[in-house]
Design a protein around this ligand. Structure first.
Ligand SMILES: Cc1cc2nc3c(=O)[nH]c(=O)nc-3n(C[C@H](O)[C@H](O)[C@H](O)COP(=O)(O)OP(=O)(O)OC[C@H]3O[C@@H](n4cnc5c(N)ncnc54)[C@H](O)[C@@H]3O)c2cc1C
Length: 455
């Protein structure tokens, strides 16, 4: 990677420099699933690409928020079909080599299909996949400003741990920050929540010291929480969150500590994070009442609060509930979404589900990713919005890999000489990279199904 700053840069205060110290074809803000897929796809499409992540690890919610299941890689049908492929296959290959991912699991309580990952393996796998794709990665670096010329983004300002601000010129930008903060800083149109509502946040809590034979499930944990509340326990917000056993460690992660918060309000976010962490200790007491769990301990709370949504990028089009209900795959599809709508209406309230129609997946189009007012800005992952129910489907990690890959390719190609039809060029390159843009009928499925039901 090019050296961003030197002693003389610091002396001159690069933050105030007029000329950027570095130039890229594509800058990707945010290194979660969407950002990693976008950066690798852009680089594979021939773009000089920089991935900027404010924490010290790639992975986003997976490595920072204990979100350890990849949803959306498969259709949630009795005969599941892999619908996200390409960059994610490179990640899964490294995870399998490290023993850091399960085979496909069908959840016992709702029939949905997931894989479970080990976060340490994810951190390393994403580093390896980005290096192999030729992506420059800048960790511990916060995108704190975006410069535009007329309607186009021309430069990202990045602040690092050393309190140095660097300017990076770019031809296109992918906002994969989860909270559309790059778009917000660029002055591009954003919107809060979907359909006027914002889902509740939850802190993922990881417990160790669990007997391998202990039955920790959605049902047994829910029952233990309800009993504790009936016996007078206070401060437990939910009894209906997912509970999942991890590969490698055998630890258990539970999504129970809910908080309703506007995550773009720093003060409210701080209080909610601390309140959710306090709940982690209360849930530990409950877990210890379950047979085989007397020696349970907290491995980690978060560390970040799990924010499901805050701001979204306003795009030229956006995913609709009608498309989800029908399972339509329009001809301008660049990614497939296969996770049912899972809307979390408020702290303690059970999730609201809506199944996808047709063959179990619907199409996300190029216009669903492209800013409505900034032609060289694309959104991916949790940044994307839409109708209430469809928006609560496309946000999951598996789909974020798909929308990220599509946004990265489109960003790489949108300034490329000779590209007059961005949609066709993007679809052609995505297919070359192994992405799925339609359901495969009658073909042998690639997914390896694991016999076990989720714990
Ligand atoms: C409690 C909870 C449970 C969930 N359960 C599941 C589940 O079981 N399975 C599933 O598939 N999905 C689940 N989800 C949804 C899933 O976690 C997210 O929607 C998904 O991680 C989105 O990926 P992303 O890459 O868009 O965003 P994120 O994973 O949020 O990544 C965004 C990244 O951008 C970085 N960033 C932010 N701002 C800046 C900036 N200004 N500069 C530089 N970097 C920045 C962040 O540090 C972060 O690394 C859950 C979410 C929550 C909150």
């Amino acid at each position: 990677m090019e050296k961003f700053h030197t002693q003389s840069d610091r002396a001159e205060d690069v933050g105030r420099r007029k000329e950027p110290v570095s130039a890229y074809d594509v800058v990707v803000a945010g290194g979660g699933a969407a950002g990693v897929a976008a950066a690798c796809a852009a680089a594979e499409a021939g773009a000089r690409t920089l991935l900027i992540e404010r924490s010290s690890t790639l992975g986003g919610a997976v490595t920072l928020r204990n979100v350890l299941t990849y949803c959306g890689l498969y259709t949630c049908r009795p005969d599941p079909q892999q619908i996200v492929a390409g960059i994610v296959d490179r990640v899964l290959a490294v995870l399998r080599r490290l023993g850091g991912v399960t085979d496909m699991i069908t959840l016992a309580h709702d029939g949905n299909v997931i894989v479970v990952v080990d976060p340490e393996a994810v951190k390393y796998a994403l580093d390896e996949v980005c290096a192999a794709a030729g992506v420059d990665v800048f960790l511990g670096a916060d995108v704190t400003g975006i410069e535009r010329r007329d309607d186009r983004i021309v430069c990202a300002r990045v602040s690092d741990f050393g309190a140095t601000t660097t300017s990076v010129a770019t031809g296109a930008l992918v906002d994969a920050t989860g909270d559309a903060s790059a778009a917000y800083l660029a002055g591009s149109s954003v919107v809060a929540g979907n359909g006027g509502r914002t889902q509740t946040s939850t802190m993922g809590i990881r417990f160790g010291g669990i007997d391998p034979a202990a039955k920790l499930t959605f049902a047994t944990v829910g029952q233990a929480v309800r009993q504790a509340i009936a016996e007078g326990a206070e401060g437990l917000t939910s009894s209906t969150g997912l509970v999942i056993r991890l590969p490698v460690s055998g630890d258990v992660v539970a999504y129970l500590a809910d908080q309703d918060v506007d995550a773009t309000d720093g003060s409210a976010y701080s209080s909610a994070t601390q309140a959710a962490r306090a709940q982690g200790w209360r849930y530990l007491e409950v877990i210890r009442t379950i047979p085989g769990c007397a020696g349970a301990y907290l491995v980690s709370t978060g560390p970040e609060l799990g924010v499901r949504e805050s701001r979204h990028l306003k795009t030229k089009a956006s995913v609709t509930d009608a498309t989800l209900r029908s399972g339509a795959v329009p001809r301008d599809t660049v990614a497939l979404a296969g996770w049912p709508s899972e809307f979390h209406p408020g702290a303690g309230a059970p999730s609201e589900w809506l199944q996808i129609g047709g063959a179990g997946a619907f199409g996300v189009t190029l216009d669903d990713l492209r800013s409505e007012d900034t032609p060289n800005l694309f959104g991916a992952g949790r940044v994307l919005g839409g109708d209430l129910r469809a928006g609560a489907s496309v946000r999951v990690v598996g789909t974020a890999f798909a929308t990220g890959q599509a946004a990265g390719v489109a960003a790489a190609l949108c300034n490329q000489e000779g590209v007059s039809d961005l949609l066709t060029a993007t679809q052609t390159e995505l297919r070359r990279q192994g992405a799925r843009l339609g359901l495969q009928h009658g073909q042998a499925h690639e997914a390896r199904r694991q016999g076990l039901e989720a714990p």
